[in-house]
Design a protein around this ligand. Sequence first.
Ligand code: MCA
Ligand code: AMP
Length: 512
Amino acid sequence: MRRSTEENLYALLRKRTLRDAADLGLETADGRVITYADLDDGSARIARLFAELSLQPGDRVMAQVEKSPQAVMLYLACLRAGMVYVPLNTAYTATELSYFLSDSEPRLVVCRPNTATEIEAAAARTGAPHVLTLDASGEGSLTARAATLPPNNDIFVAKPSDVGAILYTSGTTGRSKGAMLTHGNLSSNALTLHDIWGWVPGDVLIHALPIFHVHGLFVALHTAMLNASRILFLPRFDADEIIDLLPGASVMMGVPTFYARLLRHPGLTRDACRNMRLFISGSAPLLRETFESFEARTGHRILERYGMTEAGMITSNPLHGERLPETVGFPLPGVEARVADGSGNAVANGDVGVLEIKGPNVFRGYWRAPDKTRTEFRDDGYFITGDLVRMDQAGRISIVGRAKDLIISGGYNVYPKEVEGCIDSLDGIAESAVVGIPHPDFGEAVIGYVVLQPNADISEQSIKDALAASLAGFKIPKKLFFVDELPRNAMGKVQKNVLREHNADIFRDTAS
Ligand code: MCA
Ligand code: AMP
């Protein structure tokens, strides 16, 4: 069969952006406009650089860089040249990074100039041949070298099953796994979201999310690019800045922390939101209180949707029709969903079970972990999300809990097992347990319970300092409690539900 280049996601995005809006694009906080034509040209030059470095389609390109238009060019260059983009959270430490390096075996690593020495050493150990730099203003050896080269306008002829990106998701047991997302996964999800969220010509997106996760990199960028929209491209979330930008925008996407913080800003008014068409929330549960206060202040009912790294977006509240708090809406068109018991058998309507899904959005598997992939899928092809849900008669889904031991703090996932492992490895610690408790800003906050070895003399701060050497800041418990023993059930299993109840109120009045 003859393949069309349009099965490459970049060809799809390019067609829309260059046809409709070559002169629009990303607008940065300092007033620069990087047009879609600039993005196309910059990505084509980076693609030429890949060829100069002898990178081949399928090679991994790892990036741990600040948010900038040039970082977007790097991502688009990977798509257009058939490389596999591996973005990493900038909060990850060198220890965390060295695992991703050895697991994904990139041929090129792009990092911030201030981490280059450390990363070059780690890259040398793991055999990554090339390290280039990119800073927050878009400068660095990546862009300096690419600028000297002519653009390579070819677009790799991708099959829908070709992997476009690997995004690491922490595991409930052991190490992070790389979710392989194909051009077909990304394109189909983007087209569906563009359609069901009713993007219209002239929509302007406020983009304040990081671009190393599904939400900011795929959901926000792809839908806005399919619409050839102006994108107000902010380096990070800043409530003052967003309040200033709201009157000139029509769509915003954010994690619930964004909405909780906007609500604490006096500038959030109906008038400020007069041109807004749609506020979308996801990545973590949006509290009813946030939904209702936001509606009272602005007149807008936030549209909550649900997804995960392995599947992009899975469900959404309707654009037209009732958007209900504490629900994540209906499976997206093309996504089949069932609520199952532990064996994959459907539970009675309205009962709680694990959500299992199938569809063009579901990833190809975990990178170099076929056994792990097999355990996450049923024999009939359904992917087990690990989220506990209830589905009503109409098919509307509410997430009521998680079968996986996971904390979501400000939209970032923290796996207690990983944090407990780091605490337990410190001298003087007998054991620990990490749980999430309610937090007014982050939704959930990480806290830990620690049992010391006899006669050990360790302070809370010294444990936090030691953890900071190996763990990203958002994973470090905001508070540690020293206890004589951990509560266990008759089977000897730590009763995390009991620990979640203890001290559940300590952050009640905290706001950032
Ligand atoms: C930063 N800190 C945090 C978090 N972020 N602590 C807990 N949870 C967090 N999320 C800590 C830092 O370690 C630091 O600690 C201090 O807060 C200040 O850091 P800073 O970076 O200045 O914080 P911030 O700018 O206030 O960031 C908070 C934030 C950010 C804006 C909520 O975390 C954010 O942009 N989150 C979005 C995450 C996201 O995009 N998730 C989508 C995943 P210290 O002072 O002690 O050093 S994709 C996904 O989940 C699926 C697919 C989906 O459905 O979308
Ligand atoms: P990630 O591994 O970052 O892809 O996180 C995916 C997880 O985030 C899902 O499995 C859910 O547990 C959670 N999640 C995403 N969106 C929502 C939402 N709207 N409400 C509740 N949980 C959500």
